[in-house]
Design a protein around this ligand. Sequence first.
Ligand code: SAM
Length: 287
Amino acid sequence: MAAKPSASEPAAQTATRQQLNQMEQAWNDGAPLIKRWLGEATLAMLSMANVKPGAHVLDVAAGAGGQTLDIAERVGPRGFVLANDLSPDILRFAKRQAAAAGHQNVEILASDGENLQIEDARFDAVVCRMSLMLFLDPLQGLREMKRVLKPDGGVCTMVFSAPDNNPCVATLMSIALQHAGLAARDPYQPGGLFSLGKLGLIDDLFSQAGLRAIATTRIAAPFKLPTARDYVDFVRASAGLVAQIVQRLEPAKAQAAWADMEQALSRFETTDGWVGPNELLLTAARR
Ligand SMILES: C[S@@+](CC[C@H](N)C(=O)[O-])C[C@H]1O[C@@H](n2cnc3c(N)ncnc32)[C@H](O)[C@@H]1O
């Protein structure tokens, strides 16, 4: 349930709390869509990291915990999942989701994935879904993943591939920047959604982190919805990077930006509904 402001709470805190409540609502509402979008790729990620019944698994940058539930399901009651994220608020949401699904084997840890407050060699497997590209120093994130893995433990990360293979995300970002009067960005810039999308780059980072048996698989993950409008509504509600840029515009300008996005993305409407192409990289390795 969303937290309510108290009468004595300062205005700034109330605003932050309201934003968090909005994000929490968006994550809650978006969870089934994300599961449909990333479900298959997530199961592949868990297999590639060798997540098995009874395993102890670290879920780095777990966010609202969509994949945490899949891991908890797979490891079963004898296994254990530690969901990590920078944000304690989003982790509380993940913890509640896990409890609601009846998983007693999920704990949370708010800490920087580049500096995990975890002892060495604790986990059988480590996964990181759709987050490593956002790290300030993804190599340091991978070094930390290696450090907390048991010898021969498995790791698998999921990131966006190149922008050309993810035209919806690339289109949304370019229209948002255009409407905000901001210069187009290098799509591969560090910390951006495509920063690890250049083929071979993530394998090099895994290798520099000292991991072995490295293999990257490209996987198609189309986003399917009834219409382009539904996709734009999902992005609007998500409070992600594109929504943050557009929400800073005055209402009429923001409305125009969303309308342009819908128009541009309607090219992916088919007789079977809207099918937005996406391509992901799953990179697996062993300690
Ligand atoms: C796009 S969300 C993905 C969340 C989740 N893994 C999923 O696939 O639904 C990215 C998450 O990465 C987290 N994050 C970004 N940088 C991080 C870091 N250095 N350490 C831990 N978490 C980080 C953010 O707080 C956010 O929750």
